[in-house]
Design a protein around this ligand. Structure first.
Ligand code: NDP
Length: 368
């Protein structure tokens, strides 16, 4: 059994009832919870994932839902009643710019389809609210850059909903890598995909999704590769296959295999697909050991083993821990072990664009 003493004890998982990762950038030192001031969040886009986030927030130590933004009046009424959000803090997409004068809202959590993130984030920032934006942060590098610039100009923070950055099994592997347990890293494999259903959903509409599987699920392999290897890729090659051009129209990728090379000599091989199940696996190899996670990015429980045995880390509700940690980032200036800011989201967009270019041209695309 892989011992978790060195990491988990240091970061305070002994007090596992506290759903707080408590990792300081500077070597995992425990930081006291401030605990007093809650982060007051307005959820925007009351769909499937927002429902999961809303339920997870009910168990947060310091996050409250104090606003709702939706295009569906019936949802505003139902969610408002369920989560005790008063009518004056319920908005639609036309009038939510007025959120600036609502003193009970600190941040807007944008959980709308990908292509709407840019407009929704910039408007929330202009209203003077911090923004948590779902992945992918936007559908192009240009949009991502504009979002970062707008938030900087408005003097608000921009975070991206990378829930895995706070997941204990994931953090244990990252910590082991920091401690040299795997030796020099040599290889990463990330397999991310599922068979997508309803052909009419926005995820299969390029105008709303910005692409296909890569934007939605392949991004986990990209982002995961970066936090598992601990280095930015220097180049990418990619190959696209499509078995169903009716369901996966032009610009909506069904399956893309992509490979990264790193300056250190590490290589990575990843698969992104909307047409295969049972793909949720990370494998990190080093000269002295390995880590294998399966499932690696699903809602959990995340499971993993290393050359030392099973990773025995706490099982948490990802979104509960994510939101409490984001409260600490936004309100206390806490630095997470793996960044979740706009630049982190932008880096994934740069890699996504390079993968699409590599797949379209058959060329090796430099990333630096
Ligand atoms: P859903 O389709 O379930 O919900 C999206 C919601 O956005 C809708 O219910 C609707 O809410 C609102 N919306 C506004 N405009 C539109 C439009 N033109 N078409 C459709 N919906 C619209 O999607 P998800 O909740 O699954 O995904 C939303 C975002 O969250 C995506 O960016 C996705 O990538 C991300 N996500 C992240 C996950 C994670 O683990 N981090 C997991 C799942 C999704 P309303 O009626 O209230 O306006």
């Amino acid at each position: 059994m892989h011992s978790r003493r060195s990491f988990l004890q240091k970061i305070g998982w002994a007090t596992a009832s506290v759903p707080f990762v408590n990792l300081g950038m500077n070597q995992f030192s425990a930081k006291p919870l401030s605990g007093e001031k809650p982060l007051r969040v307005a959820l925007m886009g009351l769909g499937g994932y927002a429902g999961r986030v809303a339920e997870a927030i009910q168990n947060c130590k310091r996050v409250k839902i104090t606003g709702l933004i939706s295009g569906t009046p019936e949802k505003l009424q139902r969610w408002g009643a369920k989560y005790n959000v008063p009518e004056e803090s319920r908005y639609n997409y036309e009038n939510f710019d007025a959120i600036g004068s609502n003193a009970n809202i600190d941040a807007v959590y944008v959980i709308t389809p990908n292509a709407l993130h840019h407009n929704h984030t910039i408007r929330a920032a202009k209203a003077g609210k911090h923004v948590i934006c779902e992945k992918p942060m936007a559908v192009s590098v240009k949009e991502g850059e504009e979002m970062v610039a707008s938030c900087q100009k408005a003097n608000v923070q921009l975070l991206v909903g990378y829930r895995m950055h706070f997941e204990p099994h994931t953090l244990e592997v990252i910590k082991m890598r920091h401690e040299g347990e795997f030796g020099k890293i040599t290889f990463f494999q990330g397999l991310c995909g599922f068979r997508i259903g309803d052909p009419t959903q926005w995820r299969l509409n390029k105008d709303l999704a910005g692409g296909g599987a890569l934007m939605d699920i392949g991004i986990y392999a990209i982002n995961g590769c970066r936090y598992m290897v601990g280095e930015e890729p220097a180049w990418v090659t990619a190959q696209e296959t499509k078995t169903d051009p009716v369901k996966f129209k032009k610009g909506v990728d069904e399956t893309i295999m992509f490979q990264f090379g790193f300056e250190s000599g590490v290589t990575a091989s990843c698969l992104s697909t909307y047409n295969m199940n049972n793909l949720d696996r990370f494998f990190l190899n080093g000269e002295k050991g390995f880590a294998e996670m399966r499932p690696s990015t699903g809602y959990g429980p995340i499971k993993g083993k290393t050359h030392k045995g099973e990773i025995n880390a706490p099982v948490v509700v990802h979104q509960t821990v994510q939101m409490d940690e984001m409260a600490a980032i936004l309100l206390d200036g806490k630095k997470p072990l793996v960044p979740v800011d706009g630049l982190e989201g932008l880096q994934d967009l740069k890699i996504i664009e390079a993968i699409y270019k590599a797949a379209a041209t058959g060329k090796k695309i430099a990333l630096k």
